[in-house]
Design a protein around this ligand. Structure first.
Ligand code: PEP
Ligand code: CO
Length: 456
């Protein structure tokens, strides 16, 4: 029996449970010396209310089915690693502002509804290339995100603490609560662009372009309202969904639940959990945990992803062959996309896989500068998005969305963009815990570029 048939066989079985992942190969987890504290934290988490609801999860899945059929476009963005200390009003609202502005550029430019998904309210766990880090002869556990330990290079800070899972839950709940309150309260109302204007960019070239666009939209709404003789409703209602890498298996298990009057299990820590590139193997505990849930599931794929593996992975994660269920987030790097994307599109078409294709133009374009900064060039990011659109189109497929690392803060982490950030500028405001993010201006510039690629 070949591997594809084997995985189909497996999908028919009912051997899945919320802890069946524990019999698989577990990667990228912290080692907690205190097992009792770990069990207590998982118990407490399991009894706390969910962060999202099954109805919302199903709604997102139906939106993603529309993305799959080319009727919507997905924008997914936020920090590489959220931190507890960044759980503040300005940081959360600025990130929301950028996502709202980008989605407006895309709605207007692409004439298509947008699905907005944040990389927030739970993006606290990070995969690392090594379990330990050595500095000046001292070896300590690697920093694995605020849900596990602290970044500071001391023994105490790097010690994995189970109670940080509860802190991650609380910070996710506070973030979600604030996002929901802002959005429900009319923060994103198109008639009040001043609510989501970012003060510090008043004079940037893209901000002017953006303000012109807002004026155009406002004029059209006013015109429509005069014609109709009444207010156009529902302009203040935008939907935001949450997502994070479902990396910390104990945390994800504790929030994977059954709910009344619904079939199956839902991961209620987030609407859209995804599996990272480092944990997407067929024997992976992460694939096991996520194959049993009803949520849509993202999977990162890259140049190292073998064609057969892609087919096995999608069939395993989508046992009922649902639309809007699997989001393939490809991250090749601008240099490699032309070599590898056509191959994966072809295999997906031949196997009749139902998938949403999304471009992550960040993770294949990371480099280090001579002065020791991890960075990305705006030009490479832009290029990978452009190539993603073109390659899908040329191969009878279509790009359904983008997955970006960005912030609403005025950081200097990625090179280039409208203000042509140079290597020497990076030290001015380099605050990311892990990967370099697009700042507000670079993100908005990219939104205008995406609009053009989408139209082309
Ligand atoms: C990430 O999205 O931050 C990440 C670690 O990505 P990948 O799994 O694609 O390397
Ligand atoms: Co990252």
């Amino acid at each position: 029996m070949n591997t594809v048939n084997q995985s189909q066989e497996k999908n028919k079985t009912t051997d899945w449970s919320v802890n069946s992942w524990q019999n698989k190969t577990v990667r990228q987890q912290a080692t907690y010396p205190d097992k009792v504290a770990l069990a207590n934290a998982v118990d407490t988490l399991s009894s706390l209310p969910p962060l999202v609801t099954s109805w919302e999860v199903k709604k997102l899945k139906s939106h993603l089915a529309e993305v799959q059929h080319g009727k919507r476009f997905l924008i997914q963005g936020g920090d590489c690693a959220e931190t507890f200390s960044d759980c503040t009003s300005p940081i959360i609202s600025n990130r929301l502002k950028v996502l709202i502005q980008m989605s407006l550029v895309l709605i207007h430019g692409c004439r298509t509804p947008i699905v907005r998904v944040g990389r927030f309210a739970g993006q606290y766990a990070k995969p690392r290339s090594a379990d330990t880090e050595t500095r000046d002869g001292v070896t300590l556990p690697s920093f694995r995100g605020d849900i596990v330990n602290e970044n500071e290079f001391t023994e105490q800070a790097r010690h994995p603490e189970p109670k940080r899972m509860l802190e991650a839950y609380h910070h996710s709940a506070m973030t979600m609560n604030f996002v929901r309150a802002l959005v429900d309260g009319g923060f994103a109302d198109i008639r009040h662009p001043e609510y989501w204007d970012l003060a510090w960019v008043k004079h940037s070239p893209n901000a002017n372009k953006f303000h012109e666009l807002v004026e155009k939209i406002s004029d059209s709404i006013n015109f429509a309202e005069i014609l109709a003789g009444r207010e156009v409703n529902n302009l203040s209602n935008v939907e935001f969904f949450s997502s994070h890498e479902a990396l910390h298996l104990h945390y994800e298990q504790a929030l994977t639940r059954q709910v009344p009057r619904q079939d199956g299990h839902f991961n209620l820590s987030t609407h859209l959990p995804w599996i990272g590139l480092r944990t997407n193997q067929m024997d992976s505990a992460h694939v096991e945990l996520l194959r049993g849930i009803e949520n849509p599931v993202g999977v990162k794929i890259g140049k190292e992803t073998e064609s057969d593996h892609l087919v096995d992975l999608v069939r395993t994660l989508n046992p009922n062959d649902e639309d809007g269920k699997i989001i393939l987030i490809h991250r090749f790097g601008a240099e490699n996309i032309e070599t590898h994307l056509p191959r994966l599109i072809d295999v997906a078409q031949k196997a009749k896989l139902k998938v949403v294709w999304v471009s992550d133009p960040m993770h294949g374009n990371t480099e280090s500068t001579s002065n020791g900064y991890k960075t990305r060039r705006y030009e490479n990011i832009r290029k990978e998005v452009e190539m993603s659109f073109k390659t899908h189109k040329a191969n009878g497929s279509h790009l359904g969305g983008v997955h970006l690392e960005l912030t609403g803060e005025n950081v200097t982490e990625c090179l280039g963009g409208a203000r042509a950030l140079q290597e020497a500028d990076l030290s001015k405001a380099y605050t990311t815990q892990v990967d370099p993010r697009l700042n507000y201006e670079q993100a908005l510039e990219l939104a205008f570029a995406i609009k053009d690629f989408h139209r082309a």
